[in-house]
Design a protein around this ligand. Structure first.
Ligand code: GLC
Length: 427
């Protein structure tokens, strides 16, 4: 539960031009966003750069240098040599980093398969700023942002019913706005109790103690073989990074138990390769429209050199459904928990990420679970909105990051310096 120092919802009337950088799992995205005079409107230009796999487990300096180079390239392309004035930047860094004003930006731990030595326990802001300074990139870092907070703020810019921002992608997490009076770790600041504060829940780490959720043997293996055993317990059951791997472990286990006769006599060496199936493989199985599951059969044949029988195909489909359904229902538990804590009887939840956007039935399964948890009566009219709806979010790491930069500049101008690491950046 990290305070993020985002201390208001947007009004829709924010204006100005900002840069936004998103260091995601697969891509680096750089955007320039102009929040226009028109309420809730914006213009955006963006470039994507591949995030080389080797950087994710390499050296910290190389990572920051690569990022600085991409930013420089973006600025040169879109502003030419002329750009002397430093542009404000919102940096979406979607890993658990504390954002408390003494140790702002300290990376608590890498998640989502990143494993770069010498960054955990340190403040990422100066590392990033050094790389910018060394290359003379004309940028001032205005805000360090979690993707969930960006999603919440971007969505609230266009829809005032938005109260929660979620990511269901490679990782899984949510943000919402709390009153400072309910945040014990900020009590020492003596802020008025009704001061709003966005919280990055980092709910991926829920139940790391394994006291609440039942785990399968496959969950145990996923955790044991991950770069950070014992961490992100909830995330490891939900997020896109793991769904394909859970499925693969189930298949291998069934094969290795002779009494189940799964893929008997077939060479499953391709299936034995860890993380060889991603969540799009599972999506494809769940999407197979044919009664005889012929697309699934083709998939197993082409990708794994396995020819499943009819009965095996049915089991494959059922396993995929169970894994996908568990992920959707656990996700709904998180949304229900925040809604209950805040007493939200009706609101919108903005969600983004590959699992939310692409995994079949994820939305419907999540909505059904919310209905069960929150005890809503069955709908009388199928077109009726649910009291709490999880909807596709606005672009959190672009527009959201720009808005957060704007909100931060605005409140600093009014003298609210909480959570500001380098006041000189705001002159
Ligand atoms: C992981 C990160 C978290 C992020 C989420 C979604 O859980 O720890 O910061 O919000 O993935 O990208």
């Amino acid at each position: 539960m990290n305070p993020t120092w985002v201390m208001s919802y947007p009004t829709g009337y924010e204006t100005g031009t900002y840069l936004a950088l998103d260091m995601g799992g697969t891509n680096l995205r750089v955007c320039q966003i102009t929040l226009t005079e028109q309420k809730s409107e914006f213009d955006i230009i963006q470039s994507k750069y591949r995030m080389p796999e080797e950087l994710k487990t390499g050296d910290a300096d190389e990572l920051w240098e690569y990022i600085a180079d991409c930013l420089m390239q973006f600025i040169e392309t879109h502003h030419g040599e002329a750009s002397k004035q430093k542009l404000p930047l919102g940096f979406t860094f979607s890993y658990p980093a504390t954002q408390n004003y003494i140790d702002e930006g300290i990376l608590q731990r890498w998640t989502k398969g990143f494993d770069i030595a010498g960054v955990e326990g340190r403040n990422v802001v100066p590392m990033f700023e050094n790389a910018l300074a060394q290359r003379g990139v004309p940028i001032k870092l205005t805000a360090l942002i979690n993707d969930t907070t960006g999603t919440l703020i971007a969505s609230a810019y266009t829809d005032t019913k938005m109260k929660i921002g979620c990511i269901f992608g490679t990782g899984c997490n949510a943000a919402y706005i709390e009153d400072c009076g309910s945040i014990p770790k900020l009590a020492h600041l003596n802020l008025p109790p009704d001061t709003p504060m966005a919280i990055n829940c980092e709910w991926g780490a829920f139940d790391n103690e394994h006291k609440v959720l039942p785990r399968t043997p496959y969950d145990v293996i996923i955790d044991k073989d991950s770069p950070r055993p014992g961490q992100q317990a909830f995330e490891k059951m939900i997020a896109g990074l793991y769904l394909g791997e859970i499925f693969r472990l189930v298949m291998v286990d069934l094969h290795d138990k002779p009494e189940t006769h799964m893929f008997t006599g077939q060479d499953i060496s391709k299936l034995r390769k860890a993380y060889s199936l991603d969540s799009s493989f599972l999506s494809a199985i769940e999407e197979d429209p044919f009664e005889n599951l012929s697309e699934t059969a083709d998939l197993f044949q082409t990708k794994l050199d396995i020819n499943p029988s009819g009965a095996e195909l049915e089991l494959i489909r059922r396993a995929a459904e169970l894994i996908g359904t568990r992920a959707a229902r656990l996700s709904a538990c998180g949304v229900a928990a925040i809604s209950k804590k805040k007493g939200y009887k009706s609101c919108h939840v903005g969600a983004d990420g590959s699992v939310f956007n692409k995994y079949p039935h994820f939305k419907a399964r999540g909505a059904q679970a919310l209905r069960e948890i929150l005890d809503w009566p069955e709908k009388t009219d199928p077109n009726e909105e649910d009291p709490i709806e999880i909807l596709a979010a606005e672009d959190g790491s672009g527009v959201g990051a720009a808005l957060i930069a704007a909100l931060t500049l605005e409140r600093v101008k009014k003298g609210n310096m909480h959570g500001i690491l380098h006041p000189e950046n705001f002159k």
